[in-house]
Design a protein around this ligand. Sequence first.
Ligand SMILES: CC(C)(COP(=O)(O)OP(=O)(O)OC[C@H]1O[C@@H](n2cnc3c(N)ncnc32)[C@H](O)[C@@H]1OP(=O)(O)O)[C@@H](O)C(=O)NCCC(=O)NCCS
Length: 184
Amino acid sequence: MTPIRSVRPVRLPGPRCLLRELDEADVAPMYALMTEPRVFDRVLDEQPPSLDEVRDAVSVWRAEADGEPRPVYRLAAVAGDRLVGMGTLTVESPQHRRGEIGYVVHADHWGRGLGTEIAGLLLRLAFEQVGLHRVEATTRPDHVASYRVLEKIGMRREGISRDHLLVRGQWWDSVRYAILATDR
Ligand SMILES: CC(C)(COP(=O)(O)OP(=O)(O)OC[C@H]1O[C@@H](n2cnc3c(N)ncnc32)[C@H](O)[C@@H]1OP(=O)(O)O)[C@@H](O)C(=O)NCCC(=O)NCCS
């Protein structure tokens, strides 16, 4: 079997947005995205990052793109010249061809199909370009918008992991979804 591929640079256009590699100019809009209170409420960090922390993170994320095999694809979702969200594909196991996706849309743009589009583009990257076999995702059982995104892109619910994450002093259950290349 051929090994998985390291794709770079990524450039995946969709009808509403383009997924592309991060650049230095993304730091300020990424800070706005990561500190938006409605978005922060759903992410796992202990506290909203400072601008310097986001700058450092973007530089680490950009360096990760050079790993071989590439371990993670952290991508900006842009509409025109505006950063509207972010999508991440992590290659959890090259040997087992298994990855995981994550996605964030700035709250000003929720409910317009962007989350579904970003997640769908990540699956295209995973299956058609990287060559993964299985892609997983987790979300909270009460996070309707997020699990609808996963269901709309064809992922199947596989179960619930109780007290899976400890976030800001609270245990969060996770509902686990997955899709196989052969499901598509
Ligand atoms: C989850 C998230 C990405 C959804 O993005 P979005 O662009 O609003 O999603 P879409 O417009 O593609 O909508 C997807 C589905 O969710 C539904 N939805 C959107 N917002 C909703 C809300 N507040 N409550 C309930 N359903 C909602 C939509 O109606 C649609 O389902 P439908 O087709 O059955 O009607 C966005 O809410 C977000 O970034 N949240 C914060 C970060 C986060 O939670 N990321 C996921 C971590 S697991």
